[in-house]
Design a binder for this molecule. Structure first.
Ligand SMILES: [Zn+2]
Length: 407
């Protein structure tokens, strides 16, 4: 049934024109990409990149272009009024602090720049798709809203998409262009909890005050306990102490220390269990350090939760997954259900709204490092596949019905 609809779509003149346009437009896509990637957009500092996206949406003649209170940017391609509202998004933020050099370098046809794929390429793909849809005269049955959202990475904690779905809305499906392989489809929401564990103690001189409990020693005990945690392979459950801070000099008993802890699981139960173990471990570590101390003073711990992404799941053969697979196969792309980290799709998935994160085109690597690289060979296949997904989901006016129900 869906294959039939796809066949019909592939025979439509405007669809064929749009697919050809996407291939021809790759140079313009690269130009957008290289421009946007140079705008610093560390999580929670996305304003400049958001403004650039807003201006581009406006220049492309989208309707209802606006930026919300948290700097998410939206532009609508109005449908014929008979279909579901579909949102397609990419995120503006990156993991790179504002002083990171962002000038792209090219070597042997490969581009290097922090954030060039994740997710600036997703943003550039939104723009090339809008141009292709406009140039080919395609009209969807339902409205399609393109979104450049903030706060996907790290301590951004999905704040952009959380904000979108906190408002009353009629979004019937949500697609994020934020997965590293072309045929990649992420349909499960890995939950995560992130903590900053802060240890504070009396401090003192390492020699004169020896015997006072140390904030760093307490932290070390806590991390050692956590490093020995046992977790199941399935549902996949992980933990990582990723950043440590503290102390002032080699001969000072540390008065303060802290570390960041990331806990993830595909199962809400495992996530909750491991969170409980982590809390117990830092408390036990503090007690041990205080018992070891022979001088006055005690270390105390403050547990700050700095991130929370809900877990959730969709069946391997649910409608939105089949739509993504059908779009891939129509272009000879092998679809691949991936167990990815948590993505912007977590939020709608946890609310029961069909959602995916899907792959970008070309080849890429080095995500979240200064050496992030992008090989744009045949990268247009990404937006071609995404356009076919949109056509299936939202329907093509007077030609094929929407494959997602209204909400
Ligand atoms: Zn991303």
């Amino acid at each position: 049934m869906m294959e039939e609809i796809m066949k019909e779509l592939m025979q439509d003149k405007r669809v064929r024109k749009a697919l050809a346009y996407l291939q021809e437009d790759q140079e313009q896509m690269m130009e957008d990409l290289l421009e946007l990637v140079q705008i610093p957009a560390f999580s929670n500092h996305e304003r400049k990149k958001a403004e650039a996206m807003r201006d581009k949406f406006t220049a492309l003649g989208m309707q209802d272009v606006h930026m919300d209170e948290v700097d998410n940017v939206f532009g609508t391609l109005p449908g014929a009024g008979e279909g579901p509202k579909i949102m397609m998004a990419a995120h503006t933020d990156t993991v790179f602090p504002l002083d990171t050099p962002l000038v792209p370098q090219q070597k042997d046809g490969v581009w290097y720049a922090p954030g060039i794929n994740d997710d600036t390429h997703g943003l550039a793909d939104l723009l090339t798709m809008i141009r292709a849809i406009k140039a080919s005269g395609l009209v969807f049955a339902g409205d399609v809203v393109f979104c450049a959202n903030v706060g996907e990475e790290g301590l951004g904690d999905l704040r952009g998409v959380k904000h979108i779905f906190r408002q009353p809305n009629d979004i019937a499906a949500f697609i994020s262009l934020d997965t590293p392989t072309l045929g990649g489809i992420v349909h499960r929401a890995t939950g995560s909890s992130r903590y900053r564990m802060i240890f504070r103690g009396p401090g003192g001189h390492s020699f004169a005050d020896f015997g006072r409990p140390s904030a760093i020693h307490a932290m070390g005990r806590a991390i050692a306990k956590i490093a020995d945690f046992r977790v199941p392979e399935t549902p996949k459950t992980t933990f990582n102490a990723g950043v440590v801070n503290g102390g002032t000099s080699v001969n000072t008993i540390a008065a303060e220390s802290s570390f960041l802890l990331d806990i993830r699981s595909d199962s809400p139960e495992e996530l909750a269990r491991l969170e409980g173990e982590a809390r117990a471990a830092v408390q036990a570590a503090v007690e041990e350090e205080n018992r070891r101390g022979t001088q006055q003073g005690a270390v105390a711990v403050e547990i700050q939760q700095v991130g929370s992404r809900p877990a959730g799941t969709q069946a391997d053969d649910c409608q939105i997954v089949r739509i993504a697979q059908t779009a891939c196969r129509a272009l000879g792309i092998e679809p691949e259900l991936r167990d990815e980290t948590s993505t912007d799709a977590n939020i709608p998935i946890s609310l029961g709204i069909p959602a995916l994160s899907v792959g970008r085109g070309g080849r890429e690597g080095g995500a979240h490092t200064a050496g992030e690289w992008f090989d744009p060979t045949e990268a247009w296949l990404g937006p071609q596949k995404d356009l076919l997904m949109l056509l299936l989901m939202a329907g093509l006016q007077d030609v094929t019905p929407a494959q997602m129900p209204k909400r």
